[in-house]
Design a binder for this molecule. Structure first.
Ligand SMILES: Cc1ncc(COP(=O)(O)O)c(C=O)c1O
Length: 399
């Protein structure tokens, strides 16, 4: 344990040497155990952020750590010019869990989005349909690369980097008529989050997804779901679309599939694969290397062994009930939105202030969409952690 100077030094060093793309919180995190994180002073934080919906199994999971150690001893990387057992195993398990047919491993969520956009364009190209446009949603978030920003529906993320990828039209989320108005005979795909995260925690309405599926089927347009944040058990089903029974043609994943190692994936149905990416069309040096795939494989095993999805289903009503009580109790808490362990409280006061108060109480929460306090805890939280979070959040809201 170090004195506070230890924290301060690292904050100053980071500010001096890192590009200023983040307004970081003034905490230097050091290690984690279960659903708790500890800073360099030994201060303990109940973590309801999970590294932005990544660390679903919490911290220092014994089986997960051992799987990483074992693979690190053996082989980290070989490139995609060769086969490895962990990559093949992870693909098989992810196919089973995702309900899709074929998987391409990436290094991040953003890169999964890029791949899915390319896969959709290639599908249209092979079919010589003349289609190339994308319909995306207002308030969506799909990442920060040029392609991902091009389908992200927040002006401030887009404007400084224009001109972006052409042929993108924006519609309103959960408004089927608005999507229909943007579809042309050039539309190759519709892309959306099954539950909008960064935009403010908006779950899709079943009728919206069903309507999109129908439009896509009728016009041979591909439906792309971004499940990078809402996937892998977070909403109470393995992937959020499975709860709606509206299957996408392409799906993007990342975050929780690796539980902390940098890995993402886009997956497609056999129908898409037949006309889409072929050797030479797409690639990545690191993507799906044996190290990250050993992690994915182990995460999927643990999900099954520890019945993580069932646990999320079980604990959700308790969390939702407690959050609803905050809406009743606090004038400034206007609404609860969300599904499973992806919840938001709409606040009528600066969210940053509440986040900062919460940190002083030893609770980590984050924001979404400007006025929403977002909670995406590790999926292993128990009722006692919900109670502890509520107690701390009450103090943060009262301050
Ligand atoms: C829905 C969604 N899509 C894409 C991304 C980008 O993923 P990454 O940061 O791994 O590139 C994020 C990240 O927060 C996300 O929430």
């Amino acid at each position: 344990m170090e004195n506070n100077q230890g924290n301060k030094n690292y904050i100053e060093k980071a500010e001096q040497f890192l590009v200023h793309t983040y307004n970081r919180y003034p905490i230097v995190l050091d290690h984690g155990e279960g659903v708790y994180l500890y800073d360099r002073n030994g201060e303990k934080y109940l973590d309801f952020a999970a590294g932005i919906a990544v660390c679903s199994l919490g911290y220092s999971h014994e089986g997960y750590k051992n799987a990483l150690k074992e693979q690190a001893e053996k082989l980290l990387h070989v490139s995609n010019l060769f086969y490895t057992a962990p990559t093949a195993d992870a693909a098989e398990k992810l196919k089973k869990a995702s309900g899709m047919d074929r998987v391409f491993f990436t290094n991040s969520g953003t890169e999964a989005i890029e791949g899915a956009l390319k896969a959709a364009r290639k599908y249209a190209y092979t079919k010589q349909s003349g289609r190339f446009e994308f319909v995306a949603m207002n308030h969506s978030f799909h990442g920060r690369s040029m392609g991902a920003v091009s389908v992200t529906g927040t002006e401030s993320y887009r404007t400084p980097f224009e001109p972006l990828v052409s042929g993108v039209r924006f519609a309103r989320y959960n408004d089927l008529e608005s999507v229909k108005a943007q579809i042309t005979d050039k539309t190759c795909a519709i892309i959306l989050e099954t539950l909008q995260g960064e935009g403010g925690i908006y779950p899709a309405e079943p009728i919206f997804l069903e309507g999109l599926r129908k439009i896509c089927d009728e016009q041979d347009i591909l439906l792309i779901f971004d499940e990078i944040q809402c996937g892998m058990g977070r909403t109470g089903s393995m992937f959020a679309w499975q709860d709606y029974e509206v299957k996408p043609d392409l799906m993007c994943m990342a975050k929780a599939i690796g539980n902390g190692v940098p890995v993402g994936a886009f997956a497609m149905t056999e129908k898409v694969a037949e006309y889409s990416l072929k050797p030479g069309d797409h690639g990545t040096t690191y993507g799906g290397n044996p190290f990250v795939c050993a992690a994915v494989s182990k995460v999927l095993d643990i999900f099954e062994e520890e019945k993580i999805v069932e646990h999320v289903k079980e604990i959700t009503p308790y969390l939702e009930g407690k959050l609803e009580e905050l809406v009743e109790e606090f004038e400034t808490v206007k609404e609860r939105r969300g599904k499973g362990l992806m919840q938001g409280l709409v606040l009528e006061r600066p969210v940053g202030e509440v986040i900062s108060n919460a940190q002083k109480e030893g609770l980590l929460v984050i924001s979404a969409g400007g006025n929403v306090l977002r909670m995406v805890p590790p999926l292993i939280i128990e009722k006692e952690h919900v109670d502890e979070m509520i107690e701390k959040l009450k103090k943060a809201l009262a301050a």
